[in-house]
Design a protein around this ligand. Structure first.
Ligand SMILES: N[C@@H](CCC(=O)N[C@@H](CS)C(=O)NCC(=O)O)C(=O)O
Length: 261
């Protein structure tokens, strides 16, 4: 009975361009759920999200997922990617498409869903902020800022990032299936699409710039590279990229027309 009711649930995803929210569309498509995407755009200069996001959640971040249960009540509003992914898989993965069968693998998949935002992503953000510090430093202090932030990165963040890259490469070697947990795509892979595929392997020039890494990423981490290519070529991931490119274009055209009026 409960699952029949859940099948009627409708979802509204607050999606921001070039953000973590892409992986939620990937999951909604994989689970074949009845969803709609509300497009939000970053401010071109500050790169921050728009104030409309604050109307949906007090932190004004994306992704935010609204779940309508068709009972006339206010929607359930979920934030935090890892939590959203875990909740959607636990509640709506009726055919266990993304749910590991072995209890230990379920725990391991849950761990990686938290690890992606709890450990890996903050390191990436710190590296990014340090590399951007010189751009906001006053003229005359740019070189000094660069020396200081490079020092911080080499003493901590870059070292930690390398430790995490080795950890993830070894995890893929241990599983030997091409996936992070067990022998199929799970929430772990979905959560890692953003930091590993989007931020690193689909951004080779950018990641070299923010980390200062000289080696060839694809040679140093062949398993992570192969996993990233598997994500890039995944038919549903591809479809989601096409859907979102289209929606983004529609949104831009509509807003350009509104501005002209
Ligand atoms: N840990 C949160 C982070 C959310 C977050 O920082 N989202 C970014 C997009 S990737 C955002 O909304 N940035 C816009 C802003 O901070 O103004 C999650 O995983 O959902």
């Amino acid at each position: 009975m409960a699952s029949i009711q859940r099948k009627r649930d409708r979802f509204v995803l607050h999606w921001l361009d070039q953000s973590r929210s892409h992986r939620i569309v990937f999951l909604l498509e994989l689970l074949d759920l009845d969803y709609e995407v509300k497009v939000h755009l970053r401010h071109p200069a500050t790169w921050r999200g728009p104030k409309e996001l604050f109307k949906v959640h007090p932190l004004g971040k994306s992704p935010i997922l609204e779940i309508f249960h068709g009972d006339g009540l206010a929607p359930l509003v979920l934030a935090e990617s890892g939590f959203i992914v875990q909740y959607l898989i636990r509640t709506y993965d009726y055919s266990e498409l993304l749910t590991p069968t072995h209890p230990r693998e379920k725990i391991q998949a849950d761990y990686f869903m938290h690890y992606a935002e709890g450990t890996l992503q903050p390191l990436m953000i710190s590296l990014l902020i340090n590399s951007a510090a010189k751009d906001v430093a006053p003229r005359g202090l740019k070189s000094l800022t660069k020396i200081i932030t490079k020092g911080l990165n080499n003493a901590y963040y870059y070292h930690e990032w390398l430790l995490n890259m080795d950890y993830l490469e070894n995890q893929l070697a241990k599983e030997s299936s091409g996936y992070f947990v067990g022998n199929k795509l799970t929430g772990a892979d979905i959560m890692l699409t953003f930091p590993v595929y989007e931020n690193i392997f689909d951004n080779e020039v950018g990641i070299k710039e923010i980390t200062g890494m000289k080696e060839d990423l694809f040679k140093k981490y062949p398993r992570l590279a192969a996993w990233s290519m598997m994500i890039r070529e995944h038919p549903v991931y591809n479809r989601v990229t096409e859907i979102m490119d289209e929606q983004l274009q529609e949104y831009i055209t509509l807003h350009a027309k509104k501005k002209k009026k």
